[in-house]
Structures are given as C-alpha cells and as structure tokens.
Write a protein that binds this ligand. Sequence first.
Ligand SMILES: Cc1cc2nc3c(=O)[nH]c(=O)nc-3n(C[C@H](O)[C@H](O)[C@H](O)COP(=O)(O)O)c2cc1C
Length: 183
Amino acid sequence: MNFKRYMETLIMVIHPDITNSIVNKRWMTELSKYPNKYEVRHLDQIYPDGNIDVLAEQKLIERYGRIVFQFPYYWFNCPPRFKQWLDEVLTYGWAYGSKSGYKMAGKKIALAISVGIDEAVYRSTAKYKYTLAELTRPFELTFEYVKADYRPLFAYYGIELNSGKEWIERSVPLYMDFLSNLS
Ligand SMILES: Cc1cc2nc3c(=O)[nH]c(=O)nc-3n(C[C@H](O)[C@H](O)[C@H](O)COP(=O)(O)O)c2cc1C
C-alpha cells in the first residue's frame, strides 16, 4: 500500500469562477499548507474544456479512502462540473453494477459547501422548508448507491450578506476540524 496516499484526503474542488471566489479560494490556500494530508484538485481548472478523462479520474479515486467534494452552492445545487463528473465517472462496471464494480465501496465521502444564505433561513420551515442535508439527498443517495460511506456534510453559511474577513477566517478552523474528524 502507498502509505502517503493512505494518509491523504482527496479534495475535489468544483468552482467555475475561482478567480472571484472568496471562501473556496481561502479554503484551497489553507489546504495547500498541508500537502502530506490533502491532495487538492480543482476540476474546472483541470478540465477547462469539459473533457473529463474518465479513466484517469477513476484510477485516482481508487487510490484514496477519503474524498471530499468542495463547492459553492448554486441554485440549490452543485456547479455543473460536479454533476458532469458524477454522470461520466460513476460508470457501470466501475462504480456499480457488476461483481468487480463498486470501486467506491467503503470510501468515506463528504460534501463541503459554501452557502450564500444564512443557516437560520434554511432551518426555518416557513421560508425554504428544507435543510441543506435534505436538499443534498441526491448526493447522499448517489454515494449510497455505489456503497460508499457517505458522511454528514460540512457547510458554511451566510456568505452573501457577510463576506468580511472575520466571517471568512472563522470558517477555516471549522473546515479543517471537519476534515480531521473525517479520518
Ligand atoms: C449562480 C449562483 C447561484 C447561487 N445560488 C445560491 C443558492 O441557491 N443558495 C444559496 O444559499 N446561495 C447561492 N449562491 C451564493 C453562493 O453560494 C456563494 O456566493 C458562494 O458559496 C460563495 O463562495 P465563493 O466565495 O467561493 O465563491 C449563488 C451564487 C451564484 C453565483
């Protein structure tokens, strides 16, 4: 076994506009300080033309026991490259559907989402009716379908109204703690 890979967590960042990002960019900067713990990949940067190398992605995923998909919440969903990645990489015979398949089985998978609206608004049944855990059920079901070990998500809220340095910096140790507790 490759011990280094075993120690690492793979962080898949999906953000179509990282240049103007505040939170996700800050998280990436923090993660880059720990190259022995976190391998960070920005999917939109790796595949700017959208041609995902499915075999390369599958081989990479096979090497990690913990994978986090980090993205900003867009229209109560993920940015498009993540959905494309799921559609193309989770193939029959690799992710599910044959005896040798289920290559993601048992892997710890989590979402880490930056959210514009306040947490209290999502919690309030009068306003949006659903929590983020409920709204992300399709991801939970997808990863359960491929027998991965889907973990409760990390979310950092309220960025639309407060993108000040203090609020953003507050998120960094929370996210790092979340990642440490994933192991
Ligand atoms: C196209 C678009 C759609 C968005 N949709 C939502 C949404 O449905 N719910 C929400 O809480 N925030 C929404 N936001 C706010 C983003 O989640 C927020 O700007 C982002 O998490 C900040 O992360 P960043 O600084 O890394 O870009 C949206 C932002 C954009 C640009």
